[in-house]
Design a protein around this ligand. Structure first.
Ligand code: GDP
Ligand code: MG
Length: 221
């Protein structure tokens, strides 16, 4: 029987994703795969999250971009270990690339590993990286039709960050339309309305992260 190339790539990815999952479980590390269009604010949110939580949690970031290590540099200057993967044209990160990056950020000793995926709302959603949660970022200037146009990505998300709330009075964006539609795709999704620029709404995101990271820690008997 002919096995398609796409199936072989996904099977190989699945094998590495399982290894990553086991690694995160063995090391009590909470891993979040962050997906969005380019420019929605992933790096800004992660830099601010690192700055605000670094005294409480040990955080590292795997950065994925087609070109440049600009984002890894921003994360490092916010105070966390970061490694940049340049995919050189590929529109998503693979689990194998993540495996290779975990050593470089010392992931075994971290409480949280964020993976900033390559910016688009299509390809990253098909590739499990072994993460325990997915966060999708949607920013107001992108428009309120994105969950309708890219349902697969939103249906697999555990958290939706609606970013750039500081622009709410300047762009046409129907918040109720987005929230209602996303809840039909994923009824138990957590939705936080935030501004990475002003800090508005970020505390609820931090509380969610902290609770998840604490739940990974072994209990004292
Ligand atoms: N007004 C506003 N701009 C933001 C906010 N978050 C990010 N930006 C800006 O949006 C642009 C893209 O942000 P970036 O974090 O690089 O997006 P990424 O491509 O998803 O990583 C940058 O110019 C940021 O300064 C926000 O909450 N409000
Ligand atoms: Mg970025």
């Amino acid at each position: 029987m002919k096995i398609s190339l796409k199936k072989k790539i996904l099977d190989k990815n699945e094998e590495c994703a399982l290894q990553n999952k086991a690694f995160f479980a063995d090391n009590n590390t909470f891993c979040v795969n962050v997906i969005s269009s380019p420019g929605s604010g992933k790096t800004t949110i992660l830099s601010r999250t690192v700055g605000d939580l670094k005294d409480r949690l040990r955080i590292g970031v795997v950065e994925g971009d087609i070109r440049t290590d600009t984002d890894a540099k921003k994360i490092r200057s916010a105070g966390a270990a970061a490694v940049q993967i340049e995919t050189k044209g590929t529109c998503h990160l693979s689990a194998e690339q993540v495996t290779g990056a975990l050593g470089a950020i010392g992931a075994a000793d971290l409480d949280i590993v964020f993976i900033e995926n390559v910016g688009n709302l299509v390809c990253p959603s098909a590739f499990d990286l072994g993460e325990q949660a997915r966060t999708v970022v949607l920013s107001l200037p992108e428009g309120d039709d994105k969950p309708i146009k890219y349902p697969g990505t939103f249906a697999k998300a555990d958290v939706l960050l609606i970013n750039k709330m500081d622009l709410v009075d300047f762009v046409d964006f129907d918040l109720d339309r987005v929230i209602n539609h996303v809840r039909t795709l994923k009824p138990d999704i957590q939705i936080f309305q935030v501004s990475a620029k002003t800090g508005e709404g970020l505390q609820a995101w931090y509380d969610w992260l902290t609770k998840k990271a604490d739940a990974k820690q072994p209990k004292d008997d």
